[in-house]
Design a protein around this ligand. Structure first.
Ligand code: GLA
Length: 740
C-alpha cells in the first residue's frame, strides 16, 4: 500500500449512455510477479500466467505479503462502433480502477501512460489511487476492430498491492469528463427542523454546458421519492451553476439524495449521490455534567496535565477534593497541573458547578509506570492535510478542539508527517521546516488551552513522506521533543525497511521501538508512544511489552465503506491484547472534511456508515483521532464526536476490546465488557438493505441483562419479552448498553 499518497481523486459517478459503458476490462486478466521488459510485448506468450481478479489485491489471491513488481495482462477486442455511438470522437479513456502503488501501461507493446515513479528499482513517488488515462482516438497503439494486448507493470512498496476496486473499462471521452458536481459544502441545520445546502456544477473544459439538473430525495427504507425537482441549468469555465435547496430534516434517518445532470447535446448523465445527515446525539443539558474517563495515569516526578472535561452552561467552576500533594486545579478552567512524586492510586472527587447546580464525579489519579490508561482522544493532521500541514492549521485545530470538543474529553493535537526538514543541523539536531516557525511556541500554546501536543517520526532515515526520520538520532530527537514539550509520539516504520533485514525476524520488528522506548524513558515527560507499523509481526502480541501505548493493527484507512468496514470488522485476533495503557489502533477517523492534502472534501462514508465507524471504534477501545479539517467542523460531525455516552464506551477504564459475538451474512454483533458490569453491544447491518435483527439474550451471552439503553439517543428502550428486535439501516448500527 502507499506510503505517501497526496490526494485521492474523487471522481463523480458517471452513469452515461450506451457509448460510455464501453468495453469492459473487468474480467480475463492474467498475472505474474517479477519484472521483464518482454512482458509488455503483445507477442509474449502469457498462456501459463495465472488468472487474477481486479477487485482484490494480489495478496488475497495467492501472493501473501508480496511487494515489488507485478504484471497484469489482458487480451481485449476494441470495436470501432464505440466511436460511432459517441458524441465526442477524438479521445478514449482507459479506466483501470485503483492501482496500488505505481504503474506503467502498455498497449500493444507501446507505453501509453504511467503514474508515480520508481528509479533503480526503488520507489520515488508512491501514488495509490484510481487511474483514468486519456489517449487520442487516433493513437496508433490502439488497434480498432482487433484484439489488443494491455499490459500493466505495477510496483508496490508494501502492504496491499495490484489493481483492485473501481471501474475497469475503455470508453470514449464524454463531454462530461471535465464536469464536477461539487457537493462538498456541509448542510446547515435550520431551527425549524429543516436543512439547507448548495451544490455547484463546474467545469474547467473549453465547452459550455446546458442541460437539466434533477434533484431527488428518496426515503431510505422504501425507496419512495419524497422530493423531486428539475431545473434547467447552464455553466462553463469560470461560470459555475449553484443550486441551493432546503428540505426537511427527517428524524433518525437519512434521505438518499441524488443530483443528476443530463447534458443537452450528448444526453450523457453525470450523477452524484449522498445521504443527508441526521443527528441522534441529544443537545447537552445546561446543567453541569462531568464527562471523560474515570481514571488518568501519570508518571511520578513528570509534569502533570489533565483538564476536567465538563459540559453545562458557562461559567463553570471546578474543584477537586483529595488531590495528591503537588497538584492544583484552576477553578475557572478545570485544568489540573503540578508534579506528584509519590507513586500510588489517589481517589479524588471532581466537582463542577454553575448557577443551575453542582455535579460531582469520583475519579482515580494513578501515579505509576503506566500512562494512557484509556485510549487517546484527539486530532491528527494526516487524513485532513497530508503533507500540507502547517502551524496555522494546527492552531485552528487546537482552538476548535478547546471550544467545541474538549468538554467531552478530547485532548491531543497531533502533528503527523510534514513538519520536519530534510537535513539536520550540523550538531545533528532536528528542526521543524518553515511551515512550523516555532515548535516550542506551538506546544506552549496548545498546553495553555489545557490540551496536549503530539508529533510524528520514523525509526528509519526518512519518514513515509520523505522527510527526516530519527535513524541513529533517537536520544537526540527524544530530547528535542522533551524540550519542546511534546506529549505523544507516533513512530512510523516507513524507510526502516532499508536499514533492517529484508525478511525481518520478530526481534527486527521490535528493535526500533525498543530503541526509541529507551530514549523516551530518559526524558522527564509523559510521552504517549504510538507504534505505526501496520500490524507486522503481530505487533499486538508484543506491543505492550515493548512499551507501546498503542499500535496500528492495519494499513492506512480511507473514507470508503470497503476500507473502514474491512479494517473495523477484522479486529479479531488482536482484540484480547487490549488493556489499560496498551491499545490496538485500527487507524484514524475518516469523518468530517478529509483530503490528505491541500483540498478537503466530505468523507465519502454515508451518515449511517459514520455512525458505524464511531460506534465500532469505541467498542474496539481504539484511540480516536479525528482526521478532519477542524476549521470546517460541521454540525453533523460535531454531533458524532460529542456523544458522551458513546465516548464513555471507548474510554471505559476496564480497557477491554469488544469481541465479535455474532457474524451472519447481513449483520454482526460486537460485545464489550464495561467496568460497571454492564456491556456495550453494537448491532451492525453490513448489508445494503434495511435489516430487522433480533437478539436473544439467552443465546447471545447476554442473559440477565434486561435494561437496554440506546447510547446514541441516550434513552432506555422497551424490549418485548426476552428478545430484543431492532431495525438497522444499510451499513448502519444500533449501539446499546445493557444492564442487569
Ligand atoms: C503512513 C502512515 C500514515 C501517515 C503517513 C505519513 O502511511 O500509516 O498514518 O502517518 O505514513 O507519511
Amino acid at each position: 500500500m502507499k506510503k505517501t499518497f497526496m490526494l485521492i481523486i474523487l471522481a463523480a459517478a458517471f452513469a452515461a449512455g450506451a457509448a460510455a459503458q464501453g468495453v469492459s476490462l473487468e474480467n480475463g486478466w492474467v498475472f505474474s510477479t517479477g519484472d521483464s521488459s518482454q512482458w509488455a510485448s503483445p507477442n509474449y506468450n502469457d498462456k501459463n500466467w495465472k488468472p487474477i481478479d481486479v477487485h482484490h489485491p494480489w495478496e488475497q489471491q495467492g501472493y501473501p505479503k508480496y511487494d515489488g513488481f507485478g504484471w497484469y495482462r489482458l487480451h481485449v477486442f476494441i470495436p470501432s462502433s464505440l466511436k460511432d455511438k459517441a458524441y465526442l470522437k477524438d479521445s478514449v479513456r482507459l479506466n483501470l480502477g485503483i492501482i496500488d502503488d505505481n504503474d506503467e501501461v502498455y498497449l500493444n507493446g507501446k507505453l501509453v501512460a504511467e503514474y508515480g515513479g520508481q528509479a533503480n528499482g526503488k520507489i520515488t513517488v508512491s501514488n495509490y489511487g484510481p487511474r483514468s488515462y486519456t489517449l487520442a482516438a487516433n493513437n496508433p497503439a490502439i488497434l480498432w476492430d482487433k484484439e489488443n494486448v494491455l499490459a500493466i507493470r505495477i510496483f508496490d512498496t508494501g502492504g496491499d498491492g495490484g489493481i483492485y476496486g473501481g471501474t475497469h473499462n475503455v470508453v470514449m471521452s464524454s463531454l462530461l469528463d471535465n464536469v464536477t458536481i461539487n457537493n462538498d459544502e456541509s448542510f446547515d441545520f435550520g431551527d425549524n427542523g429543516s436543512m439547507s445546502k448548495s451544490i455547484t456544477l463546474l467545469t474547467n473544459s473549453k465547452y459550455s454546458y446546458a442541460g437539466q439538473l434533477k434533484f431527488e430525495a428518496k426515503e431510505p427504507e422504501t425507496g419512495n421519492v419524497a422530493i423531486s425537482k428539475t431545473v434547467q441549468v447552464a455553466f462553463s469555465a469560470g461560470k459555475p451553476y449553484i443550486y441551493s435547496f432546503t428540505i426537511d430534516r427527517p428524524l433518525k434517518r437519512s434521505y438518499q439524495l441524488t443530483y443528476s445532470f443530463t447534458e443537452d447535446r450528448s444526453h450523457d448523465v453525470a450523477v452524484k449521490f449522498e445521504g443527508s445527515p441526521y443527528v441522534l446525539t441529544p443537545w447537552p443539558s445546561s446543567k453541569p455534567r462531568i464527562n471523560g474517563p474515570s481514571v488518568f495515569g501519570a508518571r511520578p516526578d513528570n509534569p502533570f496535565l489533565y483538564m476536567i472535561p465538563a459540559t453545562g452552561k458557562k461559567p463553570l467552576y471546578y474543584s477537586v477534593s483529595g488531590l495528591p500533594q503537588g497538584l492544583k486545579v484552576d477553578e475557572n478552567t478545570g485544568i489540573i497541573t503540578g508534579i506528584v512524586s509519590q507513586k500510588g492510586d489517589y481517589p479524588v472527587v471532581f466537582s463542577v458547578h454553575n448557577h443551575l447546580g453542582t455535579k460531582t464525579k469520583k475519579f482515580t489519579i494513578k501515579i505509576g509506570d503506566v500512562i494512557g490508561l484509556t485510549p487517546a482522544l484527539g486530532w491528527n493532521s494526516w487524513n485532513a492535510f497530508g503533507l500540507t500541514v502547517n502551524d496555522d492549521k494546527v492552531r485552528v485545530a487546537a482552538k476548535t478542539m478547546v471550544t467545541k470538543l474538549a468538554a467531552h474529553g478530547w485532548t491531543y493535537i497531533n502533528i503527523d508527517d510534514g513538519w520536519e526538514t530534510a537535513q539536520r543541523l550540523p550538531g545533528g539536531e532536528i528542526t521543524p521546516n518553515q511551515k512550523f516557525p516555532d515548535m516550542k511556541g506551538m506546544a506552549d500554546y496548545v498546553h495553555s488551552l489545557g490540551l496536549k501536543i503530539g508529533i510524528y517520526s520514523s525509526p528509519g532515515p526518512r519518514t513515509c513522506g520523505g522527510y527526516l526520520g530519527t535513524w541513529q538520532h533517537e536520544d537526540q530527537d527524544a530530547k528535542t521533543y522533551g524540550d519542546w514539550g511534546i506529549d505523544y509520539l507516533k513512530y512510523d516504520w516507513c524507510s526502516y525497511s532499508e536499514v533492517t533485514d529484508k525478511d525481518p525476524t520478530l526481534e527486527d520488528y521490535k528493535k526500533p521501538y525498543q530503541v526509541m522506548r529507551a530514549s523516551l524513558d530518559k526524558i522527564p515527560r509523559d510521552i504517549l508512544f504510538s507504534f505505526c507499523q501496520y500490524g507486522m509481526g503481530d505487533v499486538w502480541k508484543w506491543g505492550a511489552e515493548v512499551g507501546g501505548n498503542s499500535w496500528r493493527s492495519t494499513g492506512d484507512i480511507e473514507d470508503t465503506w470497503q476500507s473502514m468496514s474491512t479494517i473495523g470488522f477484522n479486529q479479531i485476533a488482536d482484540g484480547p491484547y487490549a488493556q489499560p495503557g496498551h491499545f490496538n489502533d485500527p487507524d484514524m477517523l475518516v469523518v468530517g472534511k478529509v483530503g490528505w492534502g491541500s483540498n478537503q472534501r466530505n468523507s465519502r462514508l454515508t451518515p449511517d456508515e459514520q455512525y458505524t465507524h464511531i460506534s465500532l471504534w469505541s467498542l474496539l477501545s481504539a484511540p480516536l483521532l479525528i482526521g478532519c479539517d477542524m476549521g470546517k467542523l460541521d454540525e453533523f460531525t460535531s454531533s458524532l464526536l460529542t456523544n458522551d455516552e458513546v465516548l464513555a464506551i471507548d474510554q471505559d477504564a476496564l480497557g477491554k476490546e469488544a469481541h465479535q459475538a455474532i457474524k451472519k451474512e447481513n449483520y454482526q454483533v460486537w460485545i464489550k465488557d464495561l467496568e460497571d458490569g454492564s456491556k456495550a453491544v453494537g448491532i451492525f447491518n453490513t448489508s445494503e438493505t434495511y435489516q430487522t435483527i433480533t437478539l436473544k439474550p439467552n443465546d447471545d451471552g447476554l442473559s440477565g441483562y434486561t435494561k437496554i439503553r440506546d447510547v446514541w439517543q441516550q434513552k432506555y428502550l422497551i424490549s418485548s419479552g426476552n428478545n430484543f428486535t431492532v431495525k438497522v439501516p444499510p451499513h448502519g448500527v444500533v449501539l446499546v448498553r445493557v444492564e442487569r
